[in-house]
Design a protein around this ligand. Sequence first.
Ligand SMILES: [Zn+2]
Length: 255
Amino acid sequence: MTAQTYLFTCLKDNFGVLLHDPASGATASIDAPEAAPVEAALQKTGWTLTDILVTHHHADHTQGIGALKAHHKCRVVAPRAEAARIADVDETVGEGDTVKVGALSGSVIDTPGHTAGHISYFFPADKIAFVGDTLFSIGCGRVIEGNPEMMWNSLLKLRALPDDTQFYCGHEYTDANIRFARTIEPGNTALAARAEEVKRQLAAGKATIPATIGAEKAENPFLRADNAAIAKSLGLSGSPAWKVFAEIRERKNRF
Ligand SMILES: [Zn+2]
């Protein structure tokens, strides 16, 4: 384990996170929801901002870029398919590309659905993933620019990461996600245990992430749309998994 991370809150319920390479001193901000909390996090850690890695074009992930770049002259890496919608981009990337933060090496995974060009970053040596608004703990992003089949396929790519991968998402939505998830799988004991853990974390003023891919596979209904019991309980036995996913997503939209 060489990489260090620092997690903090931006805006109302966005997460900011810094990724730091102690060997070189390089530090990336994953997205830039807001400049001031990123600056405060840099002050607190003593780290110097060298890079911003953008997951998607939404304003609550990008509106801090201009001020941070003006101050730190950092490199801005963004999804190729959305570069025209993001200010101050230096480098564009897509599926299979490698992004370096100092000596840390991340690979880019195309995860469209929430937005059409959304990407995630996976740092395999440290098993850390930054998934933006594609996967949330016990939830997933709204399917805004893509379609349910596209989003399901993106979630499958993230589900295929090693079980002990720690992932960082864009929002603190875990508590509300759990309340919904328990309507889909009321008998899921792993989910019930997670609900207790999250209650304790939030009561102590702590974040509920990072979470692991392995735990999400057992607890997150959006990663379990190919589970036969879930399909059956939704009256969708025999349907393709993406249709089960679409039904779960629809129910969450109305929840
Ligand atoms: Zn978004």
